[in-house]
Design a protein around this ligand. Structure first.
Ligand code: UDP
Length: 349
């Protein structure tokens, strides 16, 4: 199949591209590199041994995006481009609604114009009502608590209405829980450009001494050890879910949503403990206050994706922590080399 991947140079996008290429598909990446860089594309090619074409295009730039649709033909689109920080979305909702919603509308306009009827959309578990009963099923009530989440929800609603109006259109909504880890080669993974908000990227910065100790946001939740519980999923397993969704989309019209998680909840303190044991390293942390907007427990019921997509997450929490740390060490090494190239040490005469 020929697949357009928006946001294909990002953390999840690059893993999806590797899986697509390994499965023998052709792909074209569009990315504006706002939270990634072209080195990800070089890595995708070196890991898979395949050529990848890409364009530095912002999906809200309709003219630039149209050039891609005019030049290449696609069987489907995997749409991951968009902004993804809850905190930033509260500070700048306009940017979030513009990039996420307008970007998606423009993409779909062009899909219709150029006869592409299938899309896999990267949605999020944040679309669920904060008080949903766990494990959360896809039929649970939808109600998001942040502008970011509401852009995802608005896009989900848009796809449902679009599929009702155009019965030949297929939209698969993938609701990610907490993707962590890195490619098992250790060559590619998450590369936050700013101070990470998410748990594991921050934890690794704290371990490597780049930032102060990790703050555990609350130990007074009604959970086994008082810290929050989340459903961590290895990013490679998550990426494989997209390939299954792609095959499903080729055979099913209409709009369908699927949870992609491991189906098991682990607490923040359990993750810290597992990371320390898996990598034989100490994790510096303190207990802090709850983070506003956080919920106590969130984990998925993944039965629907298992039964309908035939998807099964394979990697456990220890492997997630090991793969993440392997990549972090590689990243630190790369950044040291880059720093030497950009800022050569002055020789004292
Ligand atoms: N968390 C934490 N310290 C941090 C970042 C996150 O204790 O520096 C906790 C957070 O309160 C939540 C869990 O880790 O219980 C996962 O947070 P993350 O931001 O990674 O994902 P979320 O589930 O909130 O989208």
């Amino acid at each position: 199949m020929r697949v357009l991947v928006t946001g294909g140079a990002g953390y999840i996008g690059s893993m999806v591209c590797i899986e697509l290429l390994n499965e023998g598909h052709e792909l074209f990446i569009v990315d504006n590199f706002s939270n990634s860089d072209a080195s990800a594309i070089t890595k995708i090619m070196s890991i898979t041994g395949k050529m990848v074409q890409y364009a530095n295009v912002d999906i809200t730039d309709r003219n630039a995006l149209e050039v891609v649709f005019r030049t290449y033909s696609f069987d489907s689109v995997i749409h991951l481009a968009g902004k993804k920080s809850v905190t930033e979305s509260i500070e700048n909702p306009l940017q979030y609604y513009y990039d996420n919603l307008i970007g998606t509308v423009m993409l779909v306009q062009l899909m219709q114009q150029y006869g592409v009827h299938s899309i896999i959309f990267s949605s999020s578990a944040t679309v669920y009502h904060p008080e949903s009963i766990c494990p959360i099923q896809e039929i649970a009530e939808l109600k998001s608590s942040s502008p970011y989440g509401r852009t995802k929800l608005a896009i989900e609603n848009f796809f449902r209405e679009l599929c009702d109006a155009h019965p030949t259109f297929s939209a698969v909504l993938l609701r990610y829980f907490n993707p962590i880890g890195a490619h098992s080669s250790g060559e590619i993974g998450e590369k936050p450009l700013e101070v990470p908000n998410n748990l594991l990227p921050y934890l690794m910065d704290a371990v490597s001494g780049k930032r102060p100790p990790l703050e555990v946001f609350g130990n007074d939740y009604d959970t086994i050890d008082g810290s929050g519980i989340r459903d961590f999923i290895h990013v490679e397993d998550l990426a494989k879910g997209h390939i299954k969704a792609l095959y499903y989309s080729m055979e099913h019209m209409g709009c369908e949503s699927f949870n992609l998680g491991s189906g098991t909840g682990y607490s923040v303190l359990q993750l810290i403990e597992t990371f320390a044991t898996a990598n034989k390293i100490e994790v510096p942390y303190n207990i802090g206050n709850r983070r506003p907007g956080d919920i106590a427990i969130s984990f998925a019921d993944i039965t629907k994706a298992q039964q309908i997509l035939g998807w099964q997450p394979l990697k456990n929490l220890t492997e997630m922590c090991q793969d993440a740390w392997r990549w972090q060490l590689k990243l630190l090494q790369e950044q040291r080399v880059e720093a030497q190239i950009v800022y050569p040490t002055k020789k004292t005469v």
